[in-house]
Design a protein around this ligand. Sequence first.
Ligand code: F6P
Length: 505
Amino acid sequence: MPTSADAIWQSIAETPRPTLTQLFASDPDRLAMLSHRIAICGTDMLFDLSKTHLDAGLVELFGELAQTMHLAGMRDQFLSGAKINTSEDRASEHPAERGMGAADAVEQAAALHHRMAALVEAVDEGTFGEIKHILHIGIGGSALGPKLVIDALCRDSDRYDVAVVANVDGEALSEAVAKFDPAKTLVAIASKTFTTTETLMNANSAIEWLREGGVDDPFGQLVALTAAPDKAAEWGIDETRILPFAESVGGRYSVWSSIGFPVAMALGNEGFAAFRAGALAMDEHFATAPWERNMPVLAAFADLYYAQARGCQTRAVFAYDERLRLLPSYLQQLEMESNGKQVMRDGTALNRPSAPITWGGVGTDAQHAVFQLLHQGTHLVPVEFIAARLAAHEFDEAHHQALLTNCFAQGAALMQGKASEDPQRTYPGDRPSATILLDSVDPASLGALLAFYEHRTFANAMLLGINPFDQFGVELGKEIAKSMDDRQSGEFDPSTSALIEAAGL
Ligand code: F6P
């Protein structure tokens, strides 16, 4: 009879806890066991989890948990397009955007990509006049992915300037359009549902901006990226410029779909295809590697160990690469919107912590701001470093060397600590970190990296028994904001009513 999850969790909690330095000293094979290279489209990604407290015993216990929680079966169902998002009665088919999934979903995604590539080419060929700027309007998953990928990969692109606007605060739109010429701007309205208030308000203001900028037919410069093409058409966007994607692609997993249109514009169709190919290589790894060498799953084992057995309420991600500075905010949505849940898939209470809080920043800046707490604070925070072996800037290579040595020094310092007779100058050490080293920040590597995080988030969810694909928790605030906009202010609590009055709403 399989062991119950609770019994396994108890064994995990009771497992002896040698320090990281003891773990290295007692096992000469530790590095080989926990540090792995994965080949991705002709480059290598190195995942080093050896500075976490995972050891053979813990990996085995998590393997038992994986069996009890049917991780392999759930993964296979997910990757073959079964309806695993049970609360919304649908599949979660973002891997089909990269080429993995049910044949019909893969075929449909490929056809839609073809259509998008044709629109990119048409813009390149001047069908819309001289376009130089892309104003991408969307929020959450309809903004964070494109923003990250463009910031990472299109710094030297001479194709189009892209600005991504999410916030309903008019300052965001105002900043974005400041350097754009309305006549040369294509506006991409990105919304899976095509109902999101912030996005539609920004889109309306962008149309006004086009009109005031002398564009006679502003609707002729609009493109819609959506899973609700009918709504986009009702809204007035011409069918030829509506790029649909499947309803079964979740918002925070949608950068691979037509939501990635500005990426394809800035990077070119080939670059966008390489980005998806990198993700597919990671899908294949996730689909086939045994748990102890399956990087998304092994990373999830470490996540769960710290969140569940060591009481860590947060995890921190530091990109030691300016090009990846937006990764922490992308991961915040991916991990917290997916796994910040209070119930299991069957609706019963989750009787343990759900996802930890993801936070982070960019190295080396963060060393001079928040690392004090990581080294000497009373919280235990598992840290993740992401770096690339190769730089792309034109300055002296000493910059990149300093960046990487700082990154690796932080991991070593967190682990080894430092004794001192002066308690103020003592570093306790034994603080865990993982390091991901890319060869370079290129489309395939970034695609693989983001797919790694998606699958790790999925593995965390399956091992906890929750559904990572819904997000009902975001609805209540939207409803209340709407009722405020509708001026039903009598229904609010005294504090909220007083705030409404104080703001003069
Ligand atoms: O409010 C949360 C959310 O639904 C996210 O999951 C989603 O990425 C975002 O809003 C934007 O939604 P849409 O793409 O439908 O505008």
